[in-house]
Ligand binder design. Structure first.
Ligand code: HEC
Ligand code: HEC
Ligand code: HEC
Length: 437
């Protein structure tokens, strides 16, 4: 744990110094600053920086079905980075998915979302990457994909089939509408575009394309997707497994501080909050929340909103529930999440009526019990809590029992989880082998 704290602290110092770069003489300071803000909204640093690496120098691995690819150096170094990119070259990479040499980029670079970014914002990003980022000399890594799969031309077909046409200059004007309308439109612009929320939160189709790139494409948009062994949850209006029971203020608090009365960020979302959303202005976070609250339910909940039921807490306190799941819960979880399932607000999240617990897909629930998780560091909520992993302590059956117990206690109602499902996720996420009893 300590080591991770130090690494993260060092990382923050490292990034801090990059953000603080003095702009080159003559460059438009205001534009560079705006570009810096937009780079955070787009979370470019998350994918273009390795754990101990220099900001934006690339080299982070991405697993694809055909092999591993690596993000590239997007610092303004002329030999190894994008220092020789014109604005047009930069725009083609970021919004069209085409590299300077004309080859197509892998959609691990979320250009299908960035296609929605207006040219005026791309110009600010370009100014920042050319004049506000420290150049780093670091050669790009070749992808570990064997020939002939390494040929990039099929990506051109993929682009033709799935990538939207980037928005033009005519969209450069501020979104139409006033007051609440303008706020929702600003939120939609950030969510669909730079925020690329959909790249994690929307399920993918047969060619790994997102099933919807906007709400107009249908309720698959932001209805939940699995990324790196975590379920990026349903952000639509479903009351139990989505954001239907979260207020606008709850959403803002989560994106700003990484936690609220319902939940705390973990997995890929912890990094999104840490690198990106916590740095966004209150106006933009409120816009995102206002937009998310307009999304209709995906239809994942097959009933009304579940209400808290005290029966589980009473049975646990009396000792009358001797089931395997209840015993595993008391011995491993209750110290933090309490027998009431209510936890301690903003410290140990509640499990009663938690969307993580109630999602039909139990991926995140099994993953967090096996490997634990850490909340993000944020200015708004500087104290940092973590949950330990239980992979080495609990067998597949014990994990299945406790997760099933949590899914059906305190008024929760969700399908049971099997030991086979746990075994599969244990393998997928590289957790320790189960203890032998
Ligand atoms: C989700 C991960 C991810 C995010 C977020 C991301 N990128 Fe990328 N980017 C990649 C990957 C992976 C590649 C390499 C793709 C390939 O080799 O086909 C890439 C490639 C690029 C390239 C092409 C570089 C070259 O060498 O030709 C540019 C430019 C770029 N990204 C800029 C950005 C900017 C600017 C942002 C933020 C607005 C950003 N990226 C955010 C993953 C990401
Ligand atoms: C790198 C992948 C990734 C990206 C990009 C991403 N998310 Fe997430 N998000 C996740 C994962 C995984 C979870 C589930 C873990 C958790 O609840 O913290 C999650 C959870 C959430 C939650 C909590 C939902 C709940 O019911 O508990 C909210 C709200 C959210 N994301 C909003 C957003 C918004 C808004 C964006 C875009 C600005 C975004 N996310 C971008 C991966 C991502
Ligand atoms: C030492 C205290 C501690 C123990 C013991 C513990 N947890 Fe946690 N749990 C946490 C913390 C802290 C978080 C928030 C982690 C984060 O957001 O990164 C959390 C998060 C969770 C979440 C996600 C909730 C949400 O929506 O954010 C679930 C589900 C969960 N724990 C279940 C369990 C189960 C089941 C057990 C027992 C096998 C358990 N926990 C044991 C501290 C604990």
């Amino acid at each position: 744990m300590m080591k991770q704290h130090l690494i993260a602290a060092a990382f923050m110092l490292a990034t801090g110094s990059a953000w603080a770069q003095a702009p080159a003489a003559g460059a438009d300071t205001q534009l560079i600053r705006q570009g810096e803000y937009l780079a955070r909204a787009g979370d470019c640093v998350a994918c273009h920086t390795t754990k101990d690496g220099k900001p934006f120098a690339g080299g982070l691995p991405f697993d694809t079905p055909i092999g591993t690819i690596y993000s590239t150096n997007i610092t303004p170094d002329k030999d190894t980075g994008i220092g020789n990119y014109t604005y047009e070259d930069f725009d083609r990479a970021v919004r069209h998915g085409v590299a300077k040499d004309g080859s197509s980029l892998y959609p691990a670079m979320p250009y299908t979302a960035y296609a929605k970014v207006r040219p005026e914002d791309v110009k600010a990003l370009y100014a920042y990457f050319m004049h506000g980022v420290q150049p780093v000399s670091q050669a790009n890594r070749d992808n570990d994909i064997p020939w002939p799969l390494s040929m990039r031309w099929p990506l051109r077909i993929w682009r033709a089939m799935f990538a939207p046409e980037p928005v033009g200059d005519d969209a450069a004007a501020a979104p139409a509408g006033a007051g609440a309308d303008a706020q929702v439109l600003r939120g939609k612009y950030l969510v669909e575009g730079l925020g690329h929320c959909s790249s994690c939160h929307t399920p993918r189709g047969f060619a790994l394309q997102e099933k919807a790139l906007t709400d107009a494409d249908g309720t698959a948009f932001l209805s939940g997707g699995v990324v790196e062994g975590w379920l990026a949850k349903n952000l639509r209006g479903d009351v139990n497994s989505g954001l239907g029971s979260w207020s606008k203020e709850d959403i803002v608090a989560f994106l700003k501080g990484g936690r609220n009365g319902h939940s705390a960020a973990f997995g890929g979302m912890a990094q999104v909050v840490q690198d990106s959303t916590q740095h966004m202005s209150d106006a933009d976070l409120n816009a995102i929340a206002a937009y998310l609250k307009t999304l209709s339910p995906a239809g994942h909940d097959d009933g009304a909103k579940l209400a808290y039921d005290d029966a589980t807490a009473q049975a646990l306190r009396r000792g009358s529930d001797k089931s395997d799941g209840a015993m595993t819960f008391l011995n491993n979880c209750a110290a933090c999440h309490r027998s009431s399932g209510k936890g301690y607000t903003e410290t140990f999240p509640q499990l009663a009526q938690s969307s993580t617990v109630l999602s039909a897909d139990p991926t995140s629930l099994i993953h967090i019990v096996l490997k634990g998780a850490e909340m993000p560091w944020t200015k708004a909520a500087p104290t940092h809590y973590a949950m330990p992993g239980f992979d080495y302590r609990l067998t597949d059956k014990e994990v299945a029992d406790v997760v099933t117990f949590v899914r059906n206690s305190w008024g929760n109602k969700a399908p049971a989880v099997t030991a086979e499902q746990v075994a599969k996720i244990r393998k997928d996420v590289g957790a320790e082998a189960a203890p032998v009893r």
